[in-house]
Ligand binder design. Structure first.
Ligand SMILES: Cc1ncc(COP(=O)(O)O)c(C=O)c1O
Length: 382
């Protein structure tokens, strides 16, 4: 191997599917991004910030106004008591995850990851020198097998990474499960990193519970959030990590040499957005709930079996229950080429022993887009 050889690497499934979708002129229900108009309140706030506020470096940990707005939003929406000082603003949740993993994982530490998993976790853990240990949710209701989680803990385990609401399957972790995880973290002296980017997109009224609301986890958990997801502006890449000051400082240390800061005008706009009244957030969610109901009704009528889910922009098709062969990657390939609809196979969210019987579709689209996709998928089944 030459010194200048580079690792082959892989390209994320979302990028692959979006590229293929564009090439083939398919309807893209694969990668999660809305095709509806952005919230005008947020656009106006960003325009005002560009014209009237600073466009220079903000403080490394984020604008004080945004950090206060994040703490206020969590107090109102989730009853959480966090201080502005506990917040580190980052360039999207992805950077919050990277900075948290670099802060908490030392070479040789074991990190427990739960499958299906958002694709950034594993490479970030490996880049930090950590050793991933995988535990899988149990389909079709995607419950967290606490016995298997406990069995995966060793003397070298340092961190567990959770994701609630879950991408791809849309389920939320109930309080009693988080309490049980808290007890494990306390007993084995572990950190918990909880990716909560979909917290603002719970569409069935189930309350979102953060590990920071669990007493045993308050001094060991990191909560990761994303303005891109709360406001459906995925390109904004404004995110944050929230943790007790000792952990927040370690995350800030890592963050300062990754991106150092995040676009100042968008921080101002996110702060304004987070201060919008709860009724605004409820109306925003209601548009997505309507899209979900439309896609679920259309697909159900066409003979697809859709699993129940509380949140995110995604629904999961259960292939066996839909009388389809349990090969999600092959079906995704056929759907994009034969039906002209892009989807994501849930097996892509596994690093080992994948479930192959489930397909993820994104409903964060305008009614006309969803109707055209339903028409094509109905014709495919006929
Ligand atoms: C579970 C999860 N975590 C993190 C992210 C990344 O969020 P951001 O765009 O704020 O970096 C996503 C985006 O889809 C996600 O689904």
């Amino acid at each position: 191997m030459a010194k200048t050889d580079l690792p082959a690497g892989t390209t994320t499934i979302f990028e692959v599917m979006s590229r293929l979708s564009a090439q083939l002129g398919a309807i893209n229900l694969g990668q999660g991004f809305p095709d509806m108009t952005e919230p005008p309140e947020l656009i106006a706030a960003a325009q005002r910030a560009l014209a009237e506020r600073s466009n220079q470096y903000p403080p490394m940990r984020g604008l004080p106004e945004l950090r206060s707005a994040i703490a206020g939003y969590y107090a109102r929406q989730q009853g959480l008591v966090v201080a502005a000082e506990d917040v580190v603003v980052t360039s999207g949740a992805t950077e919050a995850l990277a900075a948290s993993i670099l802060a908490l994982v030392r070479p040789g530490d074991e990190v427990i990851l739960i499958q299906p998993l958002y694709d950034a976790y594993l490479p970030l853990v490996e880049r930090a020198g950590g050793i991933p240990r995988l535990v899988s949710l149990t389909p079709p209701d995607w419950t967290l097998p606490l016995g298997q989680l406990e069995a995966a803990i060793t003397a070298r385990t340092r961190l567990i990474i959770l994701n609630t609401p879950n991408n791809p399957v849309g389920t939320v972790l109930p309080r009693e499960v988080l309490e049980a995880v808290g007890e494990l973290c306390q007993r084995h002296d572990l950190f918990l990193l909880c990716d909560e980017v979909w917290e603002g997109m719970i569409l069935d009224g189930t309350p979102h519970v953060s590990p920071l609301a669990i007493p045993a986890l308050q001094d060991r958990a990191v909560k990761v959030g994303s303005a891109g997801k709360i406001f459906s502006m995925t390109g904004w890449k404004v995110g944050w990590a929230v943790a007790t000051p000792r952990i927040a400082s370690a995350i800030a240390q890592a963050h300062q040499f990754i991106t150092f800061t995040t676009a100042t005008p968008l921080q101002w706009a996110a702060a304004e957005g987070l201060m919008l009244p709860d009724a605004w957030h409820a109306r925003h969610r209601a548009r997505y709930a309507a899209g979900k109901a439309r896609l679920v009704a259309g697909l159900t009528a066409a003979g697809f079996h859709i699993l129940p889910a509380s949140g995110t922009w995604f629904v999961t098709v259960d292939l066996a229950a839909s009388d389809l062969p349990a090969d999600d990657a092959a079906l995704a390939e056929r759907l994009i080429r034969e039906a002209g609809v892009a989807s994501i196979p849930v097996s892509a969210f596994y690093a080992s022993e994948p479930e192959t019987g489930y397909l993820r579709l994104c409903f964060a689209k305008q009614p006309e887009t969803l109707d055209r996709a339903i028409e094509r998928l109905t014709a495919f089944r006929a």
